[in-house]
Design a protein around this ligand. Structure first.
Ligand SMILES: CC(C)(COP(=O)(O)OP(=O)(O)OC[C@H]1O[C@@H](n2cnc3c(N)ncnc32)[C@H](O)[C@@H]1OP(=O)(O)O)[C@@H](O)C(=O)NCCC(=O)NCCS
Length: 147
């Protein structure tokens, strides 16, 4: 069992590109070249024990949650909740978070709702597919409260 509650997320750097791409493939069953953004100062990526990751893009008081994934063998143990809450906790008060999630991705939608994200709108045909109609996305947002 991964003791993630005691594990501080670590930055993913350019040197981690190889294992990160492998983890991404296990999580999403496809490849995307997120690692090309590693090292760019507006992008931040963190992992827990190379089993879960989160990728963000921040400009001023606005953070896009670009992608989050947990290894198939480590799901439903609270890892994504822990990572997402950790990213929010380290952000400044008032920070606004935005994300797109495929409308049928129940696990991810439930995760975001549990954290406190709210629905903003639907983007029709936002996610292209190779041989099927493009999938719709929900846009969701969350603002870290001022204390
Ligand atoms: C979505 C994902 C990141 C969740 O990771 P996880 O570590 O398993 O999530 P957690 O254990 O923190 O679960 C948090 C909440 O999400 C929801 N959830 C997680 N998996 C779920 C599932 N299979 N079905 C329904 N709800 C689910 C639950 O509400 C859960 O809270 P609960 O345990 O109190 O019921 C993971 O399933 C994943 O990597 N999926 C593939 C990649 C992906 O789709 N990423 C999101 C792109 S927008």
């Amino acid at each position: 069992m991964l003791e993630h509650q005691n594990t501080k997320p670590e930055p993913i750097t350019k040197d981690d590109a190889s294992w990160f791409q492998s983890l991404f493939k296990v999580c999403f069953d496809r490849e995307e070249l997120w690692s090309q953004h590693l090292g760019d100062h507006k992008y931040e990526a963190f992992h827990i024990s190379k089993q879960a990751f989160i990728f963000t893009y921040t400009v001023d008081d606005s953070t896009d949650l670009l992608t989050i994934g947990v290894h198939l063998a480590q799901r439903k143990k609270g890892l994504a909740t822990y990572l997402l809450k950790w990213v929010i906790a380290k952000a400044p008060e008032g920070q606004k978070f935005f994300l797109d999630v495929e409308c049928q991705n129940i696990a991810a939608i439930q995760l975001y709702k549990k954290i406190g994200f709210e629905f903003v709108s639907i983007r029709k045909g936002y996610y292209p597919q190779l041989s099927a109609p493009a999938l719709d996305a929900f846009v969701m947002t969350y603002q870290k409260l001022l204390s």
